[in-house]
Design a protein around this ligand. Structure first.
Ligand code: ZN
Length: 52
C-alpha cells in the first residue's frame, strides 16, 4: 500500500507488517502527514508560541 503525505506530497510505501498498516488502511480517506512534516509542523508551532 502507498500513502501520500498531504503536506509534502511524498509517497510512502507501507508494508503489511508495519504496525501502522491497519490503522492507515482504515483511515485512507483521512489526510496523512509524514513524520518529517509532523516534526516540522510541531517545531513551527513552538516557534510561534515562543518567538525568538
Ligand atoms: Zn510530508
Amino acid at each position: 500500500m502507498t500513502i501520500r503525505c498531504t503536506v509534502c506530497g511524498k509517497a510512502f510505501a507501507v508494508a503489511k507488517w508495519n504496525e501502522a498498516y491497519e490503522r492507515l488502511r482504515q483511515h485512507q480517506t483521512e489526510p496523512y502527514v509524514c513524520d518529517t512534516c509532523q516534526a516540522r509542523i510541531r517545531r513551527e508551532a513552538q516557534d510561534e508560541a515562543f518567538p525568538r
